[in-house]
Design a protein around this ligand. Structure first.
Ligand SMILES: [Zn+2]
Ligand SMILES: [Zn+2]
Length: 256
């Protein structure tokens, strides 16, 4: 069923502490368009959607973000990470790239999904903000989009997530910290080995950005096999980054 989203009035008139626009068109949940309780208006997600999109109490490997059935001792890496040299110091995610969260992440790639991406970014920060702050990032870098793709798609959800998190953390947001120096085929549908070669050499640090000794938080909307973020991490380290971690809205449940 088609839903009509009311226009968001921005002139900020306030009546009894509430914006007039909110009284005329009460803000709706960015995912289900349902009515919001007063306490959910900041996040713009209703409690039911928060619970189904990103259920609490899921044990994850702190290193790769993989869900661990049965749980782990706090702070312990999962079996596949233990003893292996991993690309990232940590991966934070709202949940698996499955079911409703998958649908939400895909909707966020379309221009009309930008508000939803902002809401999911705030939720990700609510869940992981303290751990990310403790990790002490110096730079927040989104997965860059090739300029050609940007011209026909417009919205770039990794940038929305990265900006929201950088603002909340008060850490420099390096929107153009990394750039795509060549056009790559979409990763979706490519086997893992081809994904790696598809993105190999695709990125470089942009002029004017200094990664030397920086702790870099890479941000994307979706992590599937980790090939793109892995290559970005490699480029960041070659440029002198001292540590690399990742924040995504959704993470595919397979190994990378
Ligand atoms: Zn909802
Ligand atoms: Zn792991």
């Amino acid at each position: 069923m088609a839903t009509i989203t009311p226009p968001r009035w921005r002139f900020g008139l306030v009546l009894g502490g509430r914006k007039i626009a909110d009284l005329v068109f009460p803000p709706a949940c960015a995912f289900c368009q349902g009515e919001l309780l007063e306490e959910d208006r900041e996040l713009r997600l209703c409690g039911r959607c928060v619970h189904t999109l990103a259920p609490l109490g899921v044990a994850r490997c702190p290193r790769c973000g993989l869900r661990i059935p049965g749980g782990l001792t706090r702070g312990e890496d999962c079996e596949s990470c233990r003893g292996n040299c991993q690309s990232f110091e940590a991966v934070w995610t709202l949940g698996e790239y499955e079911d409703l969260l998958r649908g939400a992440a895909l909707r966020g790639k379309r221009p009309e999904g930008q508000e939803l991406v902002t809401s999911l970014s705030r939720l990700a920060f609510e869940r992981h903000g303290n751990e990310i702050r403790d990790w002490r990032p110096d730079l927040i870098v989104p997965t860059p989009m090739h300029w050609l793709r940007r011209t026909w798609r417009g919205a770039n959800s990794p940038e929305i997530v990265a900006e929201a998190v950088a603002t909340a953390l008060k850490v420099p947001y390096a929107r153009f910290g990394l750039r795509r120096q060549r056009f790559t085929k979409p990763q979706a549908g490519l086997p893992q080995r081809e994904r790696r070669s598809n993105v190999r050499g695709a990125f470089r640090v942009n002029a004017g950005y200094d990664f030397q000794d920086a702790r870099v938080l890479l941000v994307d909307d979706i992590l599937t096999t980790g090939a793109t973020l892995g290559e970005m991490g490699r480029v960041a380290r070659v440029a002198g980054a001292s540590a690399v971690a990742v924040l995504v809205l959704a993470r595919a449940s397979g190994d990378w």
